[in-house]
Design a protein around this ligand. Sequence first.
Ligand SMILES: [Zn+2]
Length: 338
Amino acid sequence: MDDKIKVLLEEISVFKAESKEQLEQFRIRFLGKKGLLTDLFGRMKEIEPALRKDYGKWVNELKVKAEEKLGEFRSSFESNDEPGYEGDLTLPGENIPLGALHPISIVRNRITEIFSRIGFYVSEGPEIEDDWHNFSALNFPEEHPARDMQDTFFINLSPPYSLRTHTSSVQVRVMENSKPPIRTISPGRVYRNEAISARAHCFFHQVEGLYIDENVSFADLKQTLLYFAKEMFSPETKIRLRPSFFPFTEPSAEMDISCNFCGGKGCNICKHTGWVEILGCGMVDPAVLENCKIDGERYSGFAFGMGIERIAMLKYDIKDLRIFSENDVRFLKQFTGI
Ligand SMILES: [Zn+2]
């Protein structure tokens, strides 16, 4: 065996690292990029061909021994990462405070769960939307005053894009890409160009629902939403529908629920009427179905949409919408464990 290799093998076998630094020096000396082994392997071509095979074997052996030594000390240093720690290892650890889901997430999950039980699946879509999916397909022609009710933030491109004003845009995408029966809800963030106050914000969250099949009637709409109100608030909850207008439904209605705080007797929250408004709904306008290539003669359907913040405010008696996006831990930690 080559004398030089013998000497190195001996050096490795007696090596003992007393610190991580010493071990690192050892690694660099033998196994580093410019270390001895790289050098020895590089000399292979200078060796006489007849001896080359043996030489290769010895250098390999040297490499294996160096790696073994490195591994042996490395593990002994790692398992001893905190030298000098003499505390009582049986003491309980420090408390890690438990986080909470954001109330918007809690309510969104609850709404999703209630509707999934009666066959609605979740669909999602982009927050930056083109004019067709956010407005035109939903019967908001350009220059129509209904667009003013949903002013938003526009991206100066041609054709223009905007931040979606509702998740109805997702419903358009679902209708364009699937065939009835369709039973879907679309939760997500939406945007409006509104002055920020206790009751309005430039962004909020919605869940919109859509059901399209043969022979879907207003009675189905009413029954579905009654089921939802009872599950979301309490089994005693009543609903009432008031006529309203939306470009994409006909007829359209606003739905109120009996006030959950006073049981309908009248209180501050329901402004002494016994009722609070929670969502808008209606039968999908046949023109919208046709826009989305669905036969409006054969199919009918209903749609509804609600603000998640609104539901959360009613459920947890929250007075100011802005608190949802202020990241105040004193507010958020009240939802721990829900
Ligand atoms: Zn009340």
